[in-house]
Design a binder for this molecule. Structure first.
Ligand SMILES: [Zn+2]
Length: 316
């Protein structure tokens, strides 16, 4: 929330708590955090929540429309890029879309890679969760920063996600870790991060962002099982690097059986936008182009809701 309380989600909701009552209000907000509830329900129900990486307003609209059409909960995810590009504008649009939706939707930041961007994002108001990705620091520093930033986020009613180990590869808008050493998550390491107070854990068990080597995903389910046995009672497990080119129904269902309750969707949604742009740009009015892009992304999100089995879960 900004200093005058008029520019954040709390401001738009008409909450005008002064500083004296704001810490109690924030503790309440954390307890009733909608993103936490959505993902907890998925873990208990054996399905996963699509967390859709959005780069445009159309993607935000497409995610909400898909969720309402499929009666599925969902998460709108923004990269730090969205904040660097548009300050709070896209974030507050996402938060308002989530507030007004007829199904449960949360707003989450994916891969916040510096303490500065975490604090800036948390202060803007509008995020229900933030992923603290300090994986490019050495482990001691990673843990120290994670602990500090969990406290900062929680004090603002925001839950946190972290990545012990390192998930390699590149996503549009985040630093490429492809040339760094891949570090798989051990149960001991998972424990150390859980002790920092995180809510969601993104294990590295052979998953990578973007393109897999020719042999495809070589996932260490034995390791994932050990991590889950160690910490699964205290955190929810979330999956990065599950591109639909590699993760079809059988492999995804296996991930769900191992407790994955949130799955990031990035490339396929962005590709739908780009495809329509290539086909129709200059041939139809701009308003038509924007609407067609929204429709195309909605179809991709809906397809993912079906195979993550979140379809219909908003009403159950
Ligand atoms: Zn990721």
């Amino acid at each position: 929330m900004t200093a005058n309380g008029t520019n954040g989600v709390n401001g738009t909701n008409g909450h005008t708590n002064g500083t004296s009552s704001s810490s109690a209000a924030m503790a309440d907000k954390l307890k009733n955090n909608r993103a936490r509830r959505i993902v907890d329900d998925a873990a208990a129900g054996g399905y996963a929540i699509p967390a859709v990486c959005c780069y445009t307003l159309e993607a935000i609209i497409a995610t909400v429309r898909a969720a309402e059409a499929k009666r599925s909960p969902a998460l709108i995810q923004l990269f730090p890029w969205a904040i660097e590009y548009a300050d709070g504008l896209m974030l507050h649009a996402a938060a308002e879309a989530a507030d007004l939706a007829s199904v449960p939707i949360g707003v989450h930041m994916d891969h916040a890679q510096s303490p500065e961007i975490v604090r800036r994002a948390a202060d803007l108001g509008g995020f229900d969760g933030i992923m603290l990705d300090m994986s490019h620091y050495d482990k001691e520093e990673n843990l120290r920063l994670t602990r500090e930033l969990v406290e900062y986020c929680n004090a603002r009613g925001i839950l946190t996600e972290a990545e012990p180990g390192r998930i390699n590869g590149a996503e549009d808008g985040i630093t490429d870790t492809g040339d760094m050493e891949e570090i798989l998550t051990t149960p001991e390491e998972a424990e150390q991060f859980v002790a920092c107070g995180i809510d969601w854990l993104a294990p590295a068990f052979g998953n990578v962002h973007g393109v897999y080597p020719p042999a495809g995903p070589q996932l260490r389910f034995d390791l994932l099982d050990k991590v889950r046995n160690a910490v699964g009672d205290r955190v929810r497990l979330v999956l990065h690097g599950a591109h639909e080119d590699y993760f079809q129904e059988e492999l995804l269902r296996k991930c769900l059986r191992y407790g994955m309750a949130k799955l990031n969707i990035n490339g396929p949604v962005a590709a739908a936008w780009t495809k329509v742009q290539g086909e129709l740009s200059g041939k139809v009015p701009l308003t038509t182009l924007v609407e067609k892009q929204t429709d195309a992304m909605q179809a991709v999100v809906e397809y993912h809701m079906d195979y993550l089995m979140s379809t219909g879960k908003a009403d159950s």
